[in-house]
Design a protein around this ligand. Structure first.
Ligand SMILES: [Zn+2]
Length: 819
């Protein structure tokens, strides 16, 4: 079943780029007429060479298209493309269309806040959704300035890429923007709560839904401070002023990504405005995300990749610069430690999969294929490699080349070749070998200690041969519990290294990009060593090595559980899906001989820590969360929910209340009616998502059938709820109820393209994968479907990745058989 729209091929983009020169877009949107659609009139001015090309347009209704004043036949629109036959010279195209409000986080997304019934809209044009907002030539290297005119309900505020104002009630006029690629054209509109400020001549803004206004107010100082500090540092490093006028940061509902760097109007997922108590890890993440989007204003927005195969020029640079700026000039100096915990494994796991690809030149043939490469390789690995390159070149050459690149291609497009030419002009020397080995070759080297041979061994991946030098530090544990660092230059397959019988961690400080697997004596010692490791960088590196070892079946999961129990419940100050505690739930517990007993052990450890923690501390909050997530005693959870026996210093907020309810639901200790009552009592966006997850977690056939109807699309849910349902559906211990759905997943997955597209299509394929069925049969089913040539590309990619995870889990179970 093909997608209803054609995905832009690289060859088509090249031809269209050669044919057209865009002068301007003028876009008039009417958001006030109804709730399901909006009016969109686009006037494009451009110069063309003679020939045929096409316009991108995905409307629900097309009233008229006029080329140079002459009407064209609207019925020629097919699969999102309108063919154009152009003579040489200047043209004006006017397209009058009706566009759909969408509810999948793309295009012009419209949603209703359950807390107060208010409607909110925002635009997400990335990466091929612009034609559902306005008619355009949708490719990154056809830039033009935009002028927007918007009619909106009178109580709405409207914010765009360029400064705008309300000229009469409900009518908004915007200044002409700088030249923009289609993919970062946006609009944020609704009864948003807005806070304004100014820094260094740049007008600043923050916005969020009215129902979370107080939470935005609470953090506004912090957000503005981070913004000011990051602007100052980016200006200092680049020497080029932020060029897009205002800088507005909008926190918007049901946003698929972490954030999107739209020039002048960045959009963030609004769970980053905290409505409950959080721990510091998520604040660190928010700070680095904020700086990441600011770095994009130069890398991506001022100079834009010509095509999606240079995605890394956006993401790897924004990730590196964002982390660096946040670490160097904000209060969140521990960004690199957070990166080590949460981003590095994301990249390493992706880089070991069959779907791995080079950081640069990912070979994207069309836009939808490119979307699949927004993965840990384009972000975390690219960032690590740029950090290495910066260390090699030094700041002076690194930024001299970067600034040259910005100056040469200001408001235009460029390629990797252009950037390397700039670096060479800046004195970087010949970077060919670096580029070939690190950026153009996929996969990580595996680096291990061979104690018997007295060497450190470097092995490139068999499918992706390379010759990569590594300069790393090895931390060797002394008998007194301290660690000594040794610098190792690894330039050959074998490098002599004698650590005696001491435990050794290779590259715990992330000096290079490689897969590091601790040897057996080290692993055996970690159980007692880890709780005493206080250096946060070393501790994070240690956990990263443990995770790599389990993913490669190089350690018994029983031993990993012991390490976790001994150092838990707080390995870290929070539990986002990429952090250690979430990983323990996903990887360590299910691979135990007795997962229920493993959870009980973790629970006991969490309770000990909870009792010892200082009231109101983040450590206490983390311990309490871990105690909830591991609990099997419904009476205990009920008493906490009722507010009895709560630890002093733990008020029940919406987050904790729903953690308790989800856990109770998974145990079958609440019913749907009670979940509904809880939602009605406090109907916030956060509660609605958790309610969906709790519903899907209930161990009864009716709840599972409902959850499944969400997967197939028979029941339509927005993205966050769909994700929560997928995660709740497959639960350890509920295999009798979910067993028959394993086969159904593979049978029914291909047809989900009839109900969804883009991000949610691929995300649902991942979230509903039958992860509790760790068997060879399930793997065989996955492989059979992967081999189906008709399968949607983005679904296949997720399936390949999930099959890889399953295969790795099977390898662990087979390497460490249960009695
Ligand atoms: Zn980014």
């Amino acid at each position: 079943m093909p997608s209803p729209y054609a995905s832009l091929q690289r060859t088509e983009a090249l031809a269209r780029r050669d044919q057209l020169d865009l002068a301007s877009y003028d876009v008039a949107l009417d958001l006030a007429s109804d709730d399901a659609t909006f009016g969109s009139v686009t006037t494009l001015r451009f110069t063309s060479r003679a020939g045929t090309t096409f316009l991108d347009l995905k409307p629900v209704g097309l009233r008229s298209i006029r080329l140079d004043g002459h009407p064209l036949d609207v019925d020629l629109l097919q699969r999102g493309r309108f063919p154009l036959m152009l003579s040489e010279g200047e043209h004006e195209l006017v397209v009058d269309a009706t566009m759909p409000f969408r509810n999948d986080g793309e295009g012009l997304h419209r949603s209703v806040d359950p807390a107060d019934g208010k409607n909110y809209v925002y635009g997400m044009s990335f990466m091929d959704a612009a034609p559902t907002i306005f008619a355009c030539f949708d490719q990154p290297d056809l830039k033009a300035p935009y002028t927007f005119h918007v009619r909106a309900p009178q109580d709405w505020v409207v914010i765009g890429n360029a400064p705008g104002q309300q000229v009469e009630p409900g009518v908004w006029e915007f200044q002409q923007s700088q030249p923009l690629s289609t993919y970062f054209v946006t609009l944020v509109a609704g009864p948003y709560h807005v806070i304004r400020d100014e820094h260094d001549g740049i007008p600043l803004g923050l916005s969020a839904r009215a129902s979370i206004a107080a939470d935005l107010d609470k953090d506004a100082d912090e957000l503005f401070t981070l913004t000011r500090q990051s602007f100052d540092e980016l200006h200092r490093l680049f020497g080029i002023r932020y060029p897009f006028g205002d800088y507005h940061q909008a926190f918007v509902p049901e946003f698929n990504a972490g954030a999107m760097e739209n020039p002048g109007c960045v959009t963030f997922r609004d769970p980053l405005i905290f409505t409950s108590r959080v721990t510091r890890g998520i604040r660190v993440f928010r700070a680095s995300t904020l700086a990441h989007e600011m770095a994009h204003q130069w890398f991506g927005n001022l100079v834009t990749p010509a095509w999606w195969d240079d995605l890394w020029l956006n993401e790897s640079f924004a990730e590196y610069m964002g982390n660096r700026v946040a670490a160097d000039v904000t209060e969140y100096a521990e960004v690199w430690v957070e990166d080590s915990y949460s981003r590095r494994q994301w990249g390493l796991v992706a880089d070991q999969r069959p779907s791995t690809h080079p950081v640069a030149g990912n070979g994207a043939v069309d836009a939808s294929a490119a979307l699949q490469d927004f993965d840990g390789i384009s972000y975390a690995k690219g960032c690590a490699i740029l950090r290495q390159l910066n260390a090699t070149l030094g700041d002076e050459v690194f930024f001299k080349g970067t600034i040259d690149h910005f100056e040469q291609h200001r408001f235009g497009n460029a390629t990797m070749h252009d950037l390397f030419a700039s670096w060479e002009r800046a004195g970087a020397g010949d970077l060919t070998s670096f580029t070939d080995n690190w950026l153009r070759t996929a996969g990580p080297d595996r680096i291990e200690l061979d104690r018997a041979a007295g060497v450190v061994r470097r092995t490139p991946p068999a499918d992706h041969p390379a010759d990569r030098p590594h300069r790393i530090r090895a931390a060797v544990a002394n008998d007194d519990g301290t660690w000594t660092d040794h610098v190792l230059e690894i330039e050959e397959p074998e490098t002599p290294f004698d650590a005696g019988d001491h435990p050794v961690l290779l590259d715990p400080y992330n000096d290079t990009w490689a897969l590091l697997i601790p040897d057996k004596p080290t692993m055996d010692a970690l159980e007692s060593l880890l709780p005493q490791v206080t250096d946060p960088e070393l501790r994070a590196g240690l956990w990263s090595n443990v995770r790599s070892a389990l993913h490669n079946a190089a350690v018994d999961p029983v031993d990993v559980l012991e390490i976790a129990v001994r150092s838990l419940p707080i390995e870290d100050t929070e539990d986002t899906p990429r952090r250690t505690m979430a990983w323990v739930y996903k990887w360590v517990v299910p691979l135990q001989p007795d997962p229920a007993a493993a959870l009980a052990k973790l629970h006991a450890a969490a309770r000990v820590r909870l009792d010892a923690a200082t009231p109101t501390s983040e450590e206490q909050l983390s311990a309490f969360r871990a105690a909830i997530g591991t609990a099997s005693d419904a009476a205990l959870l009920q008493s906490w929910l009722a507010g009895d026996e709560l630890p002093e210093g733990i008020p029940l907020d919406v987050d904790l209340r729903w953690r308790l309810l989800v856990q109770l639901a998974s145990l079958g200790a609440v019913d749907l009616a009670e979940l509904d009552r809880q939602l009605e009592a406090e109907p916030t966006a956060v509660a609605r998502v958790r309610h969906a997850g709790a519903h899907a977690s209930l161990p009864d056939a009716e709840a599972k059938a409902w959850a499944w109807s969400c997967f197939t699309g028979e029941t339509n849910l927005p993205n966050y709820e769909l994700e929560a349902v997928g995660l709740g559906f497959w639960r350890g211990g509920q295999e009798e109820l979910t067993g028959s759905y394993v086969e159904r997943y593979f049978a029914e997955l291909p047809d989900t393209v009839k109900k969804r597209s883009g991000w949610v299509l691929a995300d649902a394929a991942e979230h509903f994968f039958p992860r509790t069925s760790v068997t060879r049969e399930t793997l065989a089913r996955a492989e059979a479907l992967i081999a189906d040539g008709d399968l949607d590309l983005s679904i296949r990619r997720r399936l390949v990745d999930e099959a890889d995870t399953l295969e790795r889990k099977l390898a662990v179970l087979e390497a460490y058989p249960r009695p």
